[in-house]
Design a protein around this ligand. Sequence first.
Ligand code: C5P
Length: 402
Amino acid sequence: MLDGKRILLIISGGIAAYKTLDLIRRLKERGATVRAILTKGGAQFVTPLSVAALSGEKVYQDLFSLTDESEMGHIRLSREADLVVVAPASADLLARMASGLADDLATTALLATDKPVLIAPAMNVEMWANPATQANLALLEARGLLRVGPAEGDLACGETGPGRMVEATDLLSAIERFFERPTPLRGRRALVTSGPTHEPIDPVRYLSNRSSGKQGHAIAGALARLGAETVLVTGPTRQAPPPLVRVRAVTTAEEMLAACEDELPVEIAVCAAAVADWRPVTRPNQKLKKDGEPPMLELQETPDILARLSAAGPRRPKLVIGFAAETESLVANAEAKRARKECDWMLANDVSDDSGTLGGDLNTIHFISPDGIEDWPTQSKDAVADTLADLIVAHFQGGAGA
Ligand code: C5P
């Protein structure tokens, strides 16, 4: 069932760590490979020897261990896994994960990993209920972290309520469910662009727009969840990198184009970036001075990445999808844009001031394909991403371009 699956297990401090030993045994029985990181707190509850004996692997404990680093760096440790499981996940470890600390091997591996993370919290009921813990958890879940439990019941501290780590069998079921999830895009490569670009005027100023990157990042996350090997080429944004997605950060339209072309061939390309349409012709090395007349900015067009991908000849992705952000004549402009840029599908959205789309959480899409136009209801950008990802799955399952 879990044959060949690689689990990186992080054991932090908590009486529930004894259940994790049982989990290791069960994972091994099902054919998984288990590598374990034991935090300082974790080592107060279970010994490295018992973890090593059950997992059949060396146990990793020390961020600065020369032997660990020469055998297996913490980056490799965090990457050579299909799933990272944190059990028990203490309130302290959750807080350190939420703030992005990397002051021991466990937090460093968690910060460096590009793999999904499943946590099994275990703590006192009041610690669990504390707004600080709940805020940390909300932040981590918004970044795509998966969670099982805690369960309710008698706690080791004598109190009763939610806070118990789930039983090893429940955690095992959650891990099995994770590996059983449908991945209809497995084996397909997807490229998504997101965010704005910055086109430098001088070393400190640039031309850009108000794109937040929310929609593009959500699409990359949705495709990756469905099994696509996804790369997100993104301009400067505040969005967290979606789980399972490889991110290439760029600044200008030129850089975005180069990164996209470098990623070809892909089967699916979604251009959700709000690429700046113009860039200053010159980029002085010194900051423009305010003395004298205001400077005249001479602009030239940036490369059209969507059009270039659509015209990539034999390297053209099987499905090229663009966005048309419009403030007037939405559908007519978007249809004309689809024809001009020769993409397969176009998602038209209204970005006028009162639409709230730019930077907001909601989006109202008119979906334009060779089959016609569909008006989608106003929905969250995450829901738009899931709807689009489902259409992409249906497109390939329907045999088109399969
Ligand atoms: O022409 P316009 O900017 O409205 O087109 C929007 C669509 O084209 C989006 O999919 C956007 O990502 C893409 N685009 C691009 N490169 C540009 C301009 C737009 O990929 N330079």
